[in-house]
Design a protein around this ligand. Structure first.
Ligand code: FES
Length: 100
């Protein structure tokens, strides 16, 4: 129960914003709620659009497709913002290139 109310600071390097994310929400949910234009499509761990480099901190990952994030990518510090719930303060950097 304590975990559900716990919040962490998430710094998004691409936009320079720091947002608050509850331990029971994904980084993507918190980012979208805060108005951050975080790249995503499926929000269910299947498309890899939200793939990001976890620069600092720890996250807990919800189930996701291996095609979206494989073991080697995980080991190299990548994560999926739509599946990642913070377990500490986090700094993250999305890798998607925006069409503009
Ligand atoms: S938005 Fe599709 S994997 Fe995260």
């Amino acid at each position: 129960m304590a975990l559900a109310t716990k919040t962490f600071q998430v710094t998004i390097r691409n936009s320079g914003q720091t947002i608050t994310c509850a331990a029971d929400r994904t980084i993507l949910q918190a980012a979208v709620a805060a108005g951050v234009d975080y790249p995503y499509v499926c929000a269910t761990g299947n498309c890899a659009t939200c793939i990001s480099k976890l620069e600092e901190g720890k996250v807990s990952l919800l189930p996701h497709s291996d095609a979206a994030l494989g073991q080697a990518q995980l080991k190299s510090g990548l994560t999926l913002a739509c599946r990642a719930r913070p377990r500490s303060d986090v700094t993250i950097n999305w890798l998607a290139r925006r069409a503009s």
